[in-house]
Design a protein around this ligand. Structure first.
Ligand code: HEM
Length: 475
């Protein structure tokens, strides 16, 4: 209830601002806007969008509009007129022109909670430098030489504690958070990490509410949680700054930030770390859960995946022996499963940008200051680009026949390409390896996918697990 009234309030206040801007510039009448429907006064089509995305099948919302208006259309959601693109060429144009014609645009609920020094909000040259620093912290050779061992070990340890019934989404979140804390600041899991994670959960809840503390207890809680997270990270940064002056020799992201030529303040480093912890947390854990859901519903694919991983394990002494980079590189079917899960249920369904100037594209004009939404999901689920697009079919990716990079963009593209794209793939592959070689499972209850406010299953995907012996089912 609080959520819906928050959305309404947000829409109304944003609408008043955008209406004012629209009236101020009558020139819009002379522009050829993409066709579409602005819906009701103030709330536009927001409620239709929310009710569609709260179901297992949100596609009709987009399908109806694409059928009526074409792949680029105008709508009015979350308080602003917005140009929606389900056209791969236009999406590519939007991504590639980041910082030139378009700039990223997050609602203030998200930007206030992330902090102004987070990579997601940085712009210009500083963004360029910090983006490439982040990319270099998570590239293939760093993963191979430094991160893979910990990824395998922490996932194995987490799975060792599983018995009977497991809430998969919760377990996956715990795993991805522990991995991120280890990778960013070399902390092993323990009480500190778990209490930090609890604050993170509250912080992230604040992203999807109206950023007015007076009206929303969720937002008030999120601000408090942000303060606690920033304090906890601030203490670590202080301590590590002291240690690095004495030459502590650590090789994590925090070390790279402390050693950088830019001379970052503690506050800047805290914002930066805080956002990195957010960026990899929900995304990777959701994709882990959904891969398992789709595999459970597609037994042939699960059998083929098990075979691939049993073969890798059969070459090893026992389940304790670590996975090597070569093992990761010999998981072709796993990569098909990863791609197919990202295609079908990408948690980042697209990206919002704001036009920095009037932009002419495909015969239309997107006016300066307008919002655009480049929808990856609409392209990924378009039958023109993927045969039988709404079915989970990992085999479509065999022999690289699944689609081209232009139409498959789960990690975005251009200057804001996700710096964690390889890391996420490795984490998911190792998770699947440990899961299928150690357990068999069945869903404990029926659970449904929903897509609003984020992609997730309604009940956090409860499963009953049974431990496997190395080459068969457990007693
Ligand atoms: C399945 C997992 C993941 C998915 C689907 C995903 C997807 C994305 C997408 C689509 C973007 C582009 C946003 C934009 O253009 O505005 C992005 C940005 C970003 N991702 Fe990921 N991501 C995942 C995992 C990770 C991980 C593990 C990390 C940790 C390093 C990470 C860190 C980031 C950061 C810092 C950005 C912002 C980049 C910038 O604005 O320059 N992501 N991600």
């Amino acid at each position: 209830m609080e959520f819906l009234s928050s959305v309404l309030l947000l829409c109304i206040s944003l609408s008043i601002i955008s209406l004012y801007l629209l009236l101020r510039t009558s020139r819009h009448r002379n522009l050829r806007l993409p066709p579409g429907n602005l819906g009701l006064p103030f709330i536009g089509e927001t409620l239709q969008l929310i009710s569609a995305y709260k179901t297992e099948n949100p596609e009709p919302f987009i399908d109806e509009r694409v059928n009526r208006f074409g792949p680029i259309f105008t709508t009015h959601v979350f308080g602003e007129p917005t140009v929606f693109s389900s056209d791969p060429e236009t999406n590519r144009f939007i991504l590639q022109n980041e910082g030139k014609l378009f700039e990223c645009s997050y609602p203030s609920s998200i930007s206030n909670l992330l902090g102004k020094h987070s990579l997601l909000l940085m712009k210009g040259n500083l963004h360029k430098r910090m983006h490439s620093l982040t990319m270099s912290f998570a590239n293939s050779s760093i993963i191979r030489d430094h991160l893979l061992d910990d990824i395998d070990r922490l996932i194995r340890l987490n799975l060792e504690s599983w018995t009977d019934r497991v809430l998969l989404m919760e377990e996956a979140k715990k795993i991805t958070f522990e991995l991120a804390v280890k990778q960013l600041m070399s902390f092993d899991p323990g009480e500190w990490t778990e209490s930090l994670r609890k604050e993170y959960v509250l912080l992230i809840e604040g992203f999807f509410t109206v950023p007015l503390p007076l009206f929303s207890t969720t937002y008030r809680r999120a601000i408090k949680a942000r303060t606690k997270v920033a304090e906890a990270l601030g203490l670590i940064v202080k301590q590590r700054r002291k240690e690095s002056e004495e030459g502590d020799g650590k090789k994590d992201m925090l070390a790279a930030l402390l050693a950088g030529d830019d001379g970052f303040s503690d506050e800047q480093i805290v914002d930066f770390l805080l956002a990195l912890l957010v960026a990899g947390y929900e995304t990777t854990s959701t994709i882990m859960t959904l891969a398992v859901k789709f595999l459970t519903e597609t037994p042939l694919a699960l059998d083929q995946l098990k075979e691939e991983h049993d073969q890798i394990r059969a070459e090893k002494k026992d389940s304790l022996e670590v996975l090597e980079w070569n093992d990761y590189k010999s998981m072709p079917f796993t990569q098909c499963v990863v791609n197919e899960t990202l295609r079908l249920a990408n948690i980042i369904s697209g990206v919002f940008r704001r036009a920095m100037t009037d932009i002419h594209i495909k015969g239309y004009t997107i006016p300066k200051g307008w919002k655009v939404f480049a929808s990856f999901r609409a392209v990924h689920l378009d039958h023109e680009h993927f045969k039988d697009a709404r079915t989970f079919n990992p085999w479509r990716w065999q022999n690289n026949s699944g689609g081209t990079t232009n139409v498959f963009t789960p990690f975005g593209g251009g200057p804001r390409l996700c710096p964690g794209y390889e890391l996420a793939r490795v984490e998911l592959s190792v998770f699947l390896h440990r899961l299928v070689t150690q357990f068999s499972w069945v869903p404990a209850e029926e659970d449904k996918l929903v897509f609003f406010p984020t992609t997730r299953t309604q009940k956090r995907y409860p499963i009953n697990v049974k431990r496997r012996t190395m080459y068969g089912e457990a007693m």
